[in-house]
Design a protein around this ligand. Structure first.
Ligand SMILES: [Cu+2]
Length: 162
């Protein structure tokens, strides 16, 4: 099921050059903190009345010790949680990760629509395409790093909220 979902997303990417262009635009110079490199950070425009937004990024651990993303904050949201999407039978469910997201040594962890993601809660102003969302990531060992998530068009691959 998971493979199917990934293939479905790849299909969407392949079918729409617009999204590929958007994804490329998100590839700013990597933010670095200790042995971690953060790339491909982005969020999506929120629809009117949508109370929460997702955040996506890739974290590469080039070091020899495991790390963990333990907390996330943003001045534009009351709270930022770490979530995971997973198929339970036929239903995609979202789960809050209370202990954080493990970033194992020599591994790359991707937060993507349909998988692990950040969830912006109590967003003050809905994210608008072309805007920027400042985020502070706190890692257990590497410490804090500030990044900026460009706001891309709302579109397929977003996730369902309950
Ligand atoms: Cu979520």
């Amino acid at each position: 099921m998971k493979t199917f979902t990934k293939l479905a997303f790849l299909g969407i990417f392949a079918a729409t050059g617009i999204i590929i262009a958007g994804a490329t635009a998100a590839q700013d110079a990597p933010a670095k903190v200790a042995n971690l490199e953060i790339t491909s950070a982005f969020t999506k425009a929120m629809l009117p009345g949508q109370p929460v937004g997702g955040g996506y990024l890739t974290i590469k651990n080039t070091g020899k010790s495991d790390d963990m993303l333990v907390s996330v904050s943003s001045p534009v949201a009351g709270t930022v949680e770490m979530h995971e999407m997973a198929m339970q039978g036929q239903v995609m469910k979202m789960r809050k990760l209370d202990t954080g997201i493990a970033i194992p040594a020599s591994k790359t962890v991707e937060l993507t629509p349909g998988g692990l993601h950040l969830m912006f809660i109590k967003v003050k102003e809905p994210f608008k395409q072309g805007g920027k969302v400042p985020v502070t990531l706190t890692f257990e060992k590497a410490g804090k790093v500030d990044i900026t998530l460009p706001v891309e068009a709302a579109g397929p691959g977003g996730h369902m909220h309950k």
